[in-house]
Structures are given as C-alpha cells and as structure tokens.
Design a binder for this molecule. Sequence first.
Ligand SMILES: C[S@@+](CC[C@H](N)C(=O)[O-])C[C@H]1O[C@@H](n2cnc3c(N)ncnc32)[C@H](O)[C@@H]1O
Length: 287
Amino acid sequence: MKILHEVSLRLKREGLSADLMRVNLEAMGISPEDIVEEEGKDYRKISVFYPLAAAARRFVRGVRGMKLKGVGISVRCHRKTDWESQWKKGWKPFALTRRLYVIPLFLTGVTCPRGKMPLYLDTTSAFGTGLHETTRFSAGLIEGLKDSFESFLDVGTGTGILSVVALRSGARYTEAFDIDTGAVTAARRNLKANGLRCDVLRVCDMGHYVAQRAFRLVAANLITHDLVAFRRKIVACVAPGGHLIISGISLKNMPLVKKEYNMSAGLKCLKIVKGKEWAAFLFARQV
Ligand SMILES: C[S@@+](CC[C@H](N)C(=O)[O-])C[C@H]1O[C@@H](n2cnc3c(N)ncnc32)[C@H](O)[C@@H]1O
C-alpha cells in the first residue's frame, strides 16, 4: 500500500498572503507544480505532498524555522490501495475528439495516429479519463469552438482534461478549479505532461468561487443538483458574446436543467448533445 504525506499550511485571510507563502516555498526549492492551493471562506490552505515521511518532516522543520505568524501546520497520511494498478489493466489509447487522441501516461511507446494530436493523461486519480460521455461531449463542444475563445474557465476540472482540450483549441488564458485536492494535483501533472499550464489552477468549491473576470468559454461538468444550485454563478462567469457548456446531465434530468437555464436572461441554447445516458448543452450568452 502506497502512502502519501500531505503537509498543509493554513493561512488566515488577514494574515500572510498565499502568494507570499508560495514565494517562500519556491525559495525552499519546492516546485510550483507540487504546491496545491485551497480557498475556503475565511482561510487559504497550501499543501505539499511527499511519498516519504522523512521529507515531510524536513519540510515541516523548514517552515517552522521561518517563524511565520498565523500559519497552522498539519500533516495527514493518505493511503492508496492498489486499485490504481488494477484499473490500468485493459486501458487502450482512444480518440477523444476529431483532433485529440488520449494516451494514458502509464502506456509508453504508443504513437499517435496520423492527423491526431496526443493528449497525455494520468487517468488514475481523478474523474475525467475521456471515456465517460459527459467528458467526451464537453471536449467535442470545446473543440467545435476552436479559435473562437481566448479565455476559458473549467469548473470541476477533475484530471484537467477539458483545460487541455481548451488550450489545444486556442485558449490563451485558462482558469481551472476543483473541490478535490487530489483532482487539482492530477490536473497539474496532466497539464505539465502536455507541456501546458493553466494561469490559475486551485482547489475551490463553486459555492465559494468569486470570479475576478468573465470568460469567453465556461465549461461545467457537474451533477445536476450543482448545475441547478450554482446556475446564476456559472452563467455570471460567461462574458457577453461568450459560450457556456454544461454537462453531467442524465437524460431524465434534461427537462429540469433546460427549464432552469432557460430562466437565465440572455442565454440561448445552441446545441444539445445526447448519448445513451447523458446529455450536454451548449449555450451562447447574448451581447
Ligand atoms: C464529473 S467530474 C468532471 C471532471 C472533468 N471536468 C471532466 O469533464 O471529465 C466533476 C468534477 O467536479 C468536481 N466538483 C464537484 N463539486 C464541485 C464544486 N462544488 N466545486 C468545484 N468542483 C466540484 C469533482 O471533484 C469532479 O472532479
């Protein structure tokens, strides 16, 4: 059984800023790729993960040595069973969209078919392998808008797969977040594996998300309950003239979601993609 040691630094809102803490950590030699940030109502949490307990202890000593005020330090052990390696059995690369071909990172020596672009993915630790209809529909809709959006917001990024698709489809500014720390770590790795990065990638609950800007394209692949509960917040993130993709809607929930989103003034449904069990919607926000 594998063990991962998570060292968390909890910062009060009024205390040391998370940005400054990041600078301190990078000065200690920690790669930005290994730092995971979480934003709560009245705190920020910064976590660093270590496979070895000794390395985690060394890091804790280093942070204590800085004598920072208002910073709480905690260490947690995550146990990983071998389900990951079980799951890898039977995995084959596949075409996610017309252009993109998913190659799991654990498969080496796989070549991409001619005319396709590889999308490398560590599919073991978060939702978003590309095999699920909800992801596939979202990816196809993003690619269908290729080169028409320069900014992208990925709500509930999972493995980061939709951010990769958006960046490969012309996005120049990308923000992604997920409520789950493991998902953000996986997304960070996956972006790196594809030679890409999000401008902002962090742990955050849509319920607490405060948009600093509007985006030309927003994608939210969430459960119906959350799509409905967060409708106003999600729609508010879309720039006038921009597009919104919502996915994760089971066929039986389609009428409810349609009715809810039709209530948003200025939102026009352009397309519905329906599969065996799931559906995704594409909306345009009028100028
Ligand atoms: C269905 S998965 C989608 C993953 C990926 N975007 C895709 O399309 O395959 C939903 C993701 O949203 C995250 N999530 C669920 N509730 C959330 C919330 N309230 N705020 C942010 N992320 C949330 C989950 O942790 C999960 O990674």
